[in-house]
Structures are given as C-alpha cells and as structure tokens.
Design a binder for this molecule. Structure first.
Ligand code: HEM
Length: 676
C-alpha cells in the first residue's frame, strides 16, 4: 500500500505537500513554491532547501530516493507540466520517519559513503589518491559539495573546449578524464620525461590538461625561441603554486616576479652589483677561497689515504659559506634570532636554503582548480607559511647585524652593504628577499650540475683521464687550476655543457600564462592557457642530437655556436630571452672550477654499490636521488697552491683603515668584534 504525498510542481500537489508536512509535524514544509516572473511555480531542492528548477529537483530526488531505496518516485505529466511524486508507505509514523530521513543531506552522505569506498577501491592507486586528496578519505557533506562543484566546472570547461573546437589548437594528449584532465597520466612525478615521450606521438607542441588548467607544452628549440623571444610580452607573467606564492613573498624576487617595473628594478640591482660580469670579477677571491677550503677539507676527511666521500656534502659545505660571504661579507658561526634562539651556520643553512627548497614543491590540488581556491587548505598553507616566516626572521636578524656593522666600519663591497647603503627605498620584504635570493640560487643549481658532472667523470675513467691530461697540460702540477685557465680547457667546457644538456637542472621553466591569443608553430595558443617550456625535452631532441640518451661531451667539443640559449637554443639549461638566468656568469665560474679542482687533486671512481644509484628526482631542480659517494685516490699529497694572490676580495674596507677581518677571511666573530 502506498500513497502519493509529496510533489514538486503544481498548486494541487503543493497543497498536498503542505498538508502532509503539517500532518507529519514538520515545522517547515518539505519544499516550498516560488513564483517566478512568468508566474510559473518552481520547486525548491529537497537537498539544500534552495530554489532550483523543477527538472533538476526531480533528478536530485530520483537520485536520492533511488539510492536510499526507501521511496519510489513517480513522474507525471510531460515537460513543464511534469511533476515528481514520492510514493510513501501508508503507515503514518513510518512516513514521517522516512520523509525526515530522505530530507536530510546526511542520508545522502550515508548512502553514498559505501559506494564511494567501493569506487575508491576499484580505482587504480594514483587515481584513488587524487580523488581522496580532493574529496577526503570519507565521503562527507564537503565531499558532496566539492563533487558537485567539480562536476559543474567540468561541464563549463567542456563547453569552452567545444566552443573553441574550430580554432587551430595544438593536438591534445589523448586519454584525459573529465575532471582531472591528463593528471593521472603524469603519475611518474617527472613530467618532463612524460612530456618528452609524448613528443614522439604528438610533435613538439601539444596541449595537456591538468585539472581545469590548459597547458601548452613546447619541446623544440625553434618553438621555444618563438615563445620566449618573439612573444615574450604576451607570456611574461608567472603562474604560481600556493607554495611558490608564499615562499616568494607573492613574487617579490627577481626570478619569480612578473615582468614589470619592480622586476626591472630588482634585476638591475642584483645584476649590476652582484651577478654581472664586473661584480663577479670582483668576487673571484671569495670563490677561490671557497674552492681551496673545499679541497682542504676533502684531504682532511681522507687523512692522506684513499677513501669514499660524500661529494654532495663537500660541495654543499663550500657553496653555502661562499654565498653568505658574497652577500654579507662573512659567514655567521652564531646568530641570535628572536623566537628561534641561537643558530649555528648549518641551522641558518637549513632555514634559508633546505627548508624552502623542500616546501616549494608542495602540491596544492587547488592550483589545478582555480575556481575552488576559496576552499581552505590550511595545513599546507601553515607549513609553507612557517617556513617563509622563519626565513624572513633569520634574514631580518642578519640584516640587523649588518646595520650594526655599518655603524662600526666603512661599507665594504659585499652585496648587503651596497643594498643597504644605496637602495634605502626598498620595502622590508624587498630588502630581505633581495639578499636571500642569491643565497638560495647559489646553493642549488650549481650543486646539482657539479654533482652530476663528477658522477659521470667517476664512472667514465677514459673521460676522466682525458680531462686530467688536459688540466695538467695547461696548468702543470705545481699549482691549482684557476678561472683564468678555463678558456684553455675546451674538454672541461664540453663536459659542463653536456652535463647541463643531459641532466637539465631546471627541467621545465616555471609556467607563464598567456595574456592574449598567440600563434606558435602555426597553432593558436589561447589567452589564459599556461605555457610550459620543456627544457629537458629540447635538450634531448633526437632531431637535433643523435643518441640524446647517451652522455657524450664530445658532441659539444669545439662547437663555438653552442652558447646555451643566448642565441642558440639547442641546449637551453638557463632558459632564454629576457628572463634568461641572471646567474649564468657565476654558475660558469663555480661549476667548472669545482670539477676541475677535484679531478686535478683526486682520481675518482664509483664504489661498487654506487652505479645503481644514477636515479634522479625532481625537486625544484633535477637532483641525483642519492648523494654521490665517490672513491677518491689523492693524486698529490695536499692541495696545490693557488696562483691567485688572495687580495682582491670584494670585502676590502673601502676606507684607508683596512680591516683584515673584512678582507678575505671574514667570519662572524671577527666581524662582530671588529674594533673599527
Ligand atoms: C647551473 C646553474 C643554473 C641554472 C641551470 C639556472 C637556470 C635558470 C633558469 C632555467 C631560469 C629561468 C629562466 C626563465 O624563466 O626563462 C633562471 C633564472 C634565474 N636565475 Fe638561474 N640558473 C643557474 C644558476 C643561477 C645562479 C648561481 C644564480 C644566482 C646566484 C641564478 C639566478 C637567477 C635569476 C636571478 C633568475 C631570474 C632571471 C629573470 O627572471 O630575469 N641562477 N635560472
């Protein structure tokens, strides 16, 4: 026995509904009728209590009741005159319970929960992870809302794609899913490699969808030049992830800022005073000091014997002090920081370099669905914000120390002194980030490139022997190799270039979005799409390089046109066009010298278990997964003397009262207690 008591349209049915609701003791009717301007009545949603058109309401009711299997739904009439009726059991008390249950959103959630769990179990692992990430472990009210929102967005996107079908868009990667696009096909977590595989199928320009973001991936030198040079103005804005936005102080740093007034000002400041040719020339003594210290420490660790060393650690321990000296003029052994206590040198390294590098790659699913950016993701934001705040606090303390030093002595040529003296109008954030940026940039890319080059040298004895012979023939055996020797070491140059090609440190340029429709390679890239320049794909292009998967420095030997992206885009580790890397001069002063000095002093080989560890992993840059451990056999008893008379330090005090503490070997204690 059943009777019809709830309907969604029509005066008569509405009255029936009112009656039944009152009969059940509901303080508000299950649905309400709303008069629209044409005088028709629409019903409210049973789910949310908001007015939705009757058709949709009917669909929702059907879904809800079909799922609960407690109620049957009947549809009467056609089109606009149709109505949806619930067939309720005759028993009044039971009716009341059933209607109440059916009315509650929790019922829907309860009913969907096991279905959701079953669906998760049926999905492949990565797909289930993504869904869990978006909706949550358990199906909740929020999950339900998110699902509806995502479905809505997908429909909108599908409509847009359909509308654009007639334009000549780049080919799309097949196999995308309605909501996620091609995200699940990028599960390898090394998108540059997956993109490069797709090039064989789709060509050097293709469209890939990540969530609701449309990306165009460019993997050829020619097309990259078109984008980075010809269309620069139209693609000059960076797309930031949540972590990047926070850690860059909302783009307050040269590398991550949008092209504009602030970018030009900050870039001019850092290139003119630190990274440009003449500033780098002035800083040569600090680089040589860092190199000497690194080789000395390696000898010390080996204690005159052959042994296995962690090469990453040796280089890292030289690079960070170098970058601190370049910026602040000294390496603080101790720093008292309010709220963080007393920090040692390596605590500072952790806070300024390692933590930001770790957190900058945190994935926020909202970045793939910008329309849902209002949904909170507080845990991620807190983690990244804490890292950012700690970094700013330490930078603030270092800057305070520097201001105190400036009251006790004349300004030196270290970057912090120059910035504090000559750029008084920088905001506090601009100041902190201007000094932090060269520290973090010095620490990462140069390290990974040196490490990969030494890994290849250690596993290729013939190449190592050729390099060693070249160094000895140019430098001899009585002094250490210097930057002056570099132009006479073509094989060393070829090794570095081939390493930058093969182990492209920045595999994909940070995304930029398109401001206006542009044409690239004959295809239209519509406004609002993102452009991803796949540097790795360009460097591994089989149309340009035979056997790109083989590390072979000879391919770069003697090729003078190979300028790494200045004009020639066949190898582009530093990007290209106006936003090309500003630290290229410094990188080319440090990386070749690290490699040459180590090979000059030690014969390298891989310990038996090291060969299998060639795997890479992508953080912000492409790292060797496991730090390089190499077996080192000293070729000489101790470090060879450096030919450079270590006097032209960047940090000589400009006044006639030259303070030795601020000349070449400056450390925190000396700087702090400097009598001047
Ligand atoms: C092997 C070493 C390095 C590699 C492979 C490298 C690579 C890159 C890449 C790919 C970009 C992005 C270009 C673009 O978006 O188009 C970049 C930008 C930049 N790099 Fe480097 N980099 C290296 C070393 C350094 C060093 C040592 C510094 C400074 C200490 C530095 C400072 C910068 C700056 C300031 C920018 C931003 C330039 C701009 O946006 O105008 N880089 N680098």
């Amino acid at each position: 026995m059943s009777s019809t008591v709830v309907c969604t349209r029509g005066n008569k049915s509405q009255r029936a509904l009112q009656r039944s609701s009152q009969a059940f003791g509901h303080d508000r009717p299950a649905t309400y009728a709303r008069e629209n301007d044409r005088g028709r009545r629409n019903c409210a949603s049973l789910f949310l209590g908001v007015g939705v058109p009757s058709t949709l309401n009917g669909v929702l009711m059907r879904l809800q009741f079909a799922l609960t299997k407690r109620l049957a739904v009947a549809r009467t009439g056609r089109g606009r005159r149709s109505s949806h009726r619930l067939l309720l059991p005759a028993n009044r008390r039971r009716n009341e319970q059933v209607l109440r249950r059916a009315m509650s959103i929790e019922t829907v959630v309860d009913v969907l929960q096991p279905l959701y769990a079953r669906a998760l179990a049926a999905l492949p692992g990565p797909a289930a992870d993504v869904v869990k990430y978006i909706v949550g472990e358990d199906f909740s009210v929020v999950g339900l809302i998110i699902s509806f929102a995502v479905a809505f967005l997908s429909l909108m996107t599908a409509a847009r794609v359909f509308a654009r079908k007639k334009t000549n868009l780049p080919p799309t990667v097949p196999g995308g899913l309605p909501l996620l696009g091609n995200m699940l096909q990028l599960k390898e977590k090394k998108p540059h490699k997956t993109f490069t595989k797709w090039v064989q199928q789709l060509g050097p320009i293709f469209h890939v969808k990540m969530g609701s973001i449309d990306n165009v991936v460019i993997s050829s030198a020619e097309l990259a030049k078109e984008v980075l040079v010809t269309h620069f103005e139209s693609v000059s804005t960076r797309r930031m992830t949540t972590a990047m936005r926070i850690l860059t102080g909302n783009k307050t740093m040269v590398a991550m800022s949008d092209y504009g007034e602030e970018h030009r000002m900050l870039k001019k400041m850092v290139v003119g005073n630190l990274l440009g040719m003449s500033a780098q020339r002035a800083n040569r003594a600090i680089r040589e000091d860092a190199l000497n210290t690194m080789i000395d420490e390696m000898f010390e660790d080996l204690k005159g014997n052959e042994g296995v060393l962690d090469i990453r650690r040796s280089i890292q321990y030289a690079l960070f002090p170098f970058s601190m000296r370049q910026v602040f003029g000294y390496v603080p052994d101790k720093l008292i920081v309010e709220g963080l206590g007393e920090l040692g040198k390596w605590d500072i390294f952790q806070i300024l370099v390692l933590d930001p590098l770790k957190h900058v790659i945190e994935v926020d699913w909202r970045n793939y669905f910008p329309a849902l950016s209002w949904v909170p993701n507080t845990q991620l934001e807190k983690r990244v914000n804490d890292t950012h705040e700690r970094k700013l606090t330490v930078m603030g303390a270092l800057i305070e120390e520097q201001r105190k030093l400036l009251q006790t002595r004349e300004p030196t040529r270290c970057y912090a002194d120059i910035v504090l003296m000559e750029y008084p109008n920088l905001s506090p954030l601009q100041l902190k980030h201007s000094l932090w940026e060269p520290i973090i940039e010095s620490a990462d890319t140069s390290l990974v490139t040196s490490e990969w080059a030494l890994y290849e040298i250690a596993r290729n004895p013939t190449i190592q022997e050729r390099l060693y012979s070249e160094i000895i023939s140019v430098v001899g055996t009585s002094r250490m190799v210097t930057e002056d020797d570099y132009p006479n070491l073509p094989f060393l140059e070829a090794i570095i270039k081939e390493t930058l090609r093969y182990y492209t440190p920045v595999t994909i340029l940070p995304p930029r979005y398109v401001h206006e429709d542009i044409k690239v390679g004959g295809f239209v890239i519509p406004k609002d799409w993102d452009v991803l320049i796949n540097l790795y794909g360009i460097n591994w292009d089989p149309k340009v390089w035979s056997n790109p998967e083989v590390w072979n420095p000879d391919r770069c030997l003697g090729d003078k046109t190979l300028d790494l992206g200045v004009k020639d885009f066949r190898i582009v580790p530093f990007g290209g066009g106006k936003r090309m890397c500003a630290g290229m001069t410094q990188a080319f002063s440090i990386i070749p010298m690290n490699v040459a000095a180590i090979v000059q002093h030690f014969e390298l080989s891989l310990p038996p278990d090291e060969n299998i560890n060639a795997e890479d992993t992508v953080y912000l840059t492409s790292h060797k997964l496991h730090p390089l451990r190499a077996l080192l056999k000293p070729r000489v008893a101790q470090r060879l003397p450096s030919s450079l008379k270590s006097t032209s330090s960047a940090f000589e005090v400009k006044s006639s009262q030259s303070c030795p503490a601020h000349a070449t070997h400056v450390d925190a204690t000396q700087a702090k207690f400097c009598p001047l």
